[in-house]
Design a binder for this molecule. Structure first.
Ligand code: SF4
Length: 352
């Protein structure tokens, strides 16, 4: 397997912690945001990993909480002229690519993703050029430029099917950027894959030894794991799946206790769909822990009430713009996935 230098969490510049607001300030901002959403003909669309108060506000105001592709689809189909995308940069870009005629705003354009940052277009393109015989498949957590360089974009819930399909056509694959998700798919499909060595700083922190100890404390609990986690953690899972698949599993599993290895922001939705269950965060502590993310994405955490208010009052520095040619290229690889899903009658959900 050909590998580039692995990237580790400590290589990433972490954003500053969000400003903590008083209860009164929160109430005031929420009231102003509700009013501004109406005045500006805007809708708030939030990712499952944003803070619970942001997800609640999206729901209260007729917006939506979902994974990145469903966020983009909702925004495309909603009648509002302006979308406020509370998530990370690639989600705003995907929304803009699928909805070029709408204004797409983000509370923080600086909110990024370690998978996106760790896969710059120049070096990824060089990597692809070294293997011209391979089909380039990239995860949705990438820049528009990387999507445009790829042949296929995939989300975590359709990645297995698409790689299986490509393998059945004897295609050899370049996979990027998440090495853990790539290894999981390679193991499941036995496809010929070479990997870009990126990782998610949140999921990479889950620890198998500590998870085993936790399971011993709660023997009846089911373990739910997102496949961006290390293989040793995935091997302990009762269910491996995308955000939407994990929420669904939380609802349908008979277990009254759940240990969940993904961003704790997802607990808001899980608790909504199964209020009678106890949900525990999988451990990030233990031997080798750096715990810089502590199971909550620092970039998702940038989506605070003040930032949403700022975006709605002055779009300067908040509007997502994607170069027209790049957007055209990215749309080809995104559409390839959507067409495949439609043919297979699969629902494409579940990138981080
Ligand atoms: S949780 Fe991980 S994959 Fe999701 S946005 Fe944050 S760094 Fe990226």
């Amino acid at each position: 397997m050909s590998k580039l230098s692995p990237l580790v969490g400590s290589d990433y510049p972490f954003p500053p912690k969000p400003i903590v607001l008083s209860t009164q300030e929160k109430t005031d901002y929420k009231a102003k945001i509700k009013q501004l959403l109406i005045e500006k003909d805007a809708v708030l669309v939030a990712h499952y990993y944003t803070d619970p108060e942001i997800q609640a506000l999206a729901e209260e105001t007729g917006g939506y909480v979902a994974d990145s592709l469903e966020m983009a689809r909702f925004g495309r189909d909603h009648k509002a002229k302006t979308l406020i995308i509370a998530g990370v940069r690639f989600m705003g870009e995907t929304a803009k690519i699928l909805t070029p005629n709408k204004t797409v705003l983000m509370p923080e354009l600086e909110a990024t993703c370690s998978l996106d940052v760790g896969c710059p277009i120049e070096s990824f393109s060089d990597f692809c050029d070294q293997h011209p015989d391979r089909t380039v498949v990239v995860y949705a957590n990438t820049s528009a430029a990387v999507k445009a360089r790829a042949d296929w974009v995939v989300t975590s819930s359709i990645a297995l099917e698409i790689v299986e399909h490509l393998d059945s056509e004897d295609k050899k694959i370049i996979w990027g950027p998440d090495r853990h998700l790539g290894s999981y798919i390679e193991k499941q499909t036995k496809a010929d894959m070479i990997m870009w060595q990126g990782d998610c700083i949140v999921h990479d922190e889950f620890k198998a030894v500590a998870l085993r100890d936790m399971k011993a404390l709660y023997p009846d609990a089911a373990i739910l794991v997102h496949p961006e986690s290390p293989q040793s953690v995935v091997e302990l899972a009762d269910v491996v799946g995308s955000t939407s698949q994990l929420i669904n599993a939380a609802k349908t599993l008979p277990n009254k206790q759940l240990i969940v290895a993904t961003d704790t922001g997802i607990f808001y939705k899980m608790q909504q769909v199964c209020p009678d269950k106890e949900i525990f965060a999988a451990p990030t502590a233990g031997e080798g822990a750096t715990c810089r993310s502590c199971a909550h994405c620092p970039w998702m955490a940038m989506n605070g009430l003040k930032a949403i208010y700022n975006a709605l009052t002055d779009a300067t520095g908040h509007e997502v713009d994607v170069d027209e040619n790049v957007a055209k290229g990215a749309l080809v690889s995104l559409d390839r996935m959507l067409d495949f899903a439609a043919e297979q009658q699969l629902k494409v959900k579940g990138n981080a």
